[in-house]
Design a protein around this ligand. Sequence first.
Ligand code: FMN
Length: 161
Amino acid sequence: MAFDSRLQRDIMGRFATGVTVVTTRYKNGDITGMTANAVMSLSLDPPLVVVSVDKSATMHSALSDGQCYAINILTREQEHLSNRFAMPGPKDFSDLILRESKTGAPILEGTLGYLDCKIVDILPAGDHDMFVGEILAGELGEGNPLLYYGSRYQSIAEGQV
Ligand SMILES: Cc1cc2nc3c(=O)[nH]c(=O)nc-3n(C[C@H](O)[C@H](O)[C@H](O)COP(=O)(O)O)c2cc1C
């Protein structure tokens, strides 16, 4: 019998993560994004990261089409962006200050940092696919991280960062 998926979620929920918004640009120029914490640094040489994306998410087809993404790491003041980009369907960027990096994926303003990546591999992983990205550009920002733990947003205690 397959391992209980609720228990898997609950146990992995004890693994504290940061929160990112992964953005992309379709070939027709449209942009979209998705809140993601299944993000990992994969290799330093070559510089690779990976994002695991649900096959049923709009973002899955967007990434397959655009062949690029940016990982935007959120600050604790950007919880509203995490909520916005966790809603399924088209995403509203109209009130956001955006920059374009090398691949054309939109870079969000005021994050802890971003990585701009070209997709070099798509690895199957059950009901998700893993989009491996080669890092073409990136920058560090400033601030305190937004954390996700036990299915809730958390932040590091004042004075601990
Ligand atoms: C904190 C948090 C982390 C998430 N991480 C992921 C993730 O790593 N991969 C994923 O496929 N969905 C993740 N999701 C769910 C997506 O953000 C959500 O399904 C979203 O509606 C997808 O939008 P789309 O279908 O318009 O692409 C996460 C949601 C939250 C709140």
